[in-house]
Design a protein around this ligand. Structure first.
Ligand code: ZN
Length: 73
């Protein structure tokens, strides 16, 4: 199956995301541990909420967060 990215028209390379959205997902996941620690055990949902409200969160990251939240993962 040659699916495209869930969030844009580019070809999907991993997990249904293109390389841009895929690396945004990686960044979100990688930063979670540090954030969780910094905020004393921040939960995943709260973390995503905070990220969306943080200045400097990139367009790609915002798009994958929206997708993760709507997927209810
Ligand atoms: Zn994409």
């Amino acid at each position: 199956m040659a699916d495209g990215c869930k969030l844009c028209h580019r070809a999907a390379v991993s997990d249904g995301y293109c390389s841009y959205h895929g690396s945004a997902v990686q960044k979100v996941k990688e930063s979670f541990a540090a954030w969780s620690q910094a905020y004393g055990g921040l939960g995943w949902e709260d973390y995503l909420d905070r990220l969306t409200k943080t200045d400097g969160t990139g367009k790609w990251v915002l798009e994958v967060i929206r997708d993760m939240k709507s997927a209810g993962a």
